[in-house]
Write a protein that binds this ligand. Structure first.
Ligand SMILES: [Zn+2]
Length: 322
């Protein structure tokens, strides 16, 4: 059965939406919910050694009740066309870290993560990583494999296979990426679990047996997960990863702005030992990637893909069980 290509439409309904497009046309989805109308912008991740901020909420973690549903009457915009593929990365002066500590090689680690693929840019990202001998982590969306508006099914499957074949980790990012279905309707926690399991099986079929055990909640766990989500997912054999550095590549339009946001997050977190950086497969992300790599290289960070054997909690709820 084909999956509804409606992820896109719903996202457009959700306005501006809370979703990050994989494509610069802004079609599919967005990550941050900071622009959801009627809801206070959610700031970036807090410095890691931070207090759990949501433990006392009775049923819903954080601001779920404030989330509006799709605006009735909101009309989806015109269907964007596939944007031009990115040019080669422009020469960009590396951002000079402020007050960065002297970091001994091999002591601090950065995990490059790419959300919302596969996309026409997956191959370009893989090429850059390959040239730099870096392994990353790709959180793919089931519908972007089965029903990708911008790629033939065979190409989507080939992209996922290549990610796996080249030694990167494939993470689960749901089948639909739909906010209401995953978080807001009755039984959403079961939908969430079921979609992750369905995608796990799909990836296993495509790759010939790889079983992913890591998911990234669309829009992040904070503000989305209810207590039922936490209970269900903590009891499962799947582990969650949000991020602690957010370049906002789904929103920012220049490589310099992305680098400045990275440096701001890094500086604000005092250059943490483990960085999980949230990237997407947008054109600007591809353009920024060489500079992002250079930035962390200059700080002596070591690049790693996710490894189940050395899982560590990285979620915005500060929950060690996820
Ligand atoms: Zn996403």
């Amino acid at each position: 059965m084909k999956h509804i290509p409606a992820a896109a439409l719903i996202c457009i309904f959700l306005l501006g939406c809370a979703t990050t497009g994989i494509h610069d046309g802004g079609r599919i989805e967005q990550h941050e919910i900071s622009v959801v109308p009627g809801m206070a912008p959610i700031p970036g991740p807090e410095p890691l050694p931070g207090p759990p901020s949501t433990a006392q909420e009775p049923d819903v973690i954080a601001a779920l009740p404030g989330l509006p549903g799709p605006a009735p009457g909101a009309a989806p915009g015109p269907e964007p066309r596939l944007p031009d593929l990115p040019e080669a990365a422009p020469e960009t002066a590396a951002i000079t870290p402020r007050e960065a500590p002297v970091i001994e090689a091999g002591r601090r680690f950065v995990y490059l993560t790419f959300d919302d693929g596969p996309s026409p840019n997956t191959g370009r990202i893989l090429d850059i990583l390959s040239r730099n001998n870096i392994k990353g982590t790709f959180f793919v969306v089931g519908d972007h494999i089965l029903d990708n508006e911008f790629m033939e099914y065979e190409d989507s499957v080939a992209a996922v296979r290549r990610v796996h074949a080249e030694g990167h980790y494939i993470g689960l990012h749901s089948m639909t990426h739909l906010m209401r279905h995953l978080y807001q309707v009755p039984g959403a926690h079961s939908n969430f679990y079921d979609e992750m399991r369905e995608l796990q099986n799909l990836i296993s079929e495509i790759t010939g047996g790889f079983t992913s055990s890591l998911y990234r909640a669309p829009y992040g766990t904070r503000g989305m997960f209810t207590r039922d989500h936490i209970r269900t997912m903590a009891a499962s054999d799947l582990r969650a990863w949000d991020w602690n550095v957010d370049p906002e590549d789904w929103k920012l339009r220049t490589v310099d702005a992305i680098l400045e946001k990275i440096e701001s997050d890094m500086n604000g977190r005092r250059y943490p030992d483990r960085v999980v950086i949230l990237l997407h497969e947008r054109n600007i992300s591809v353009q920024a990637l060489p500079s992002v790599i250079e930035y962390f290289r200059n700080l002596n960070y070591t690049f790693l893909p996710y490894s189940p054997a050395s899982h560590f909690p990285m979620n915005l709820l500060y929950n060690p069980d996820l």
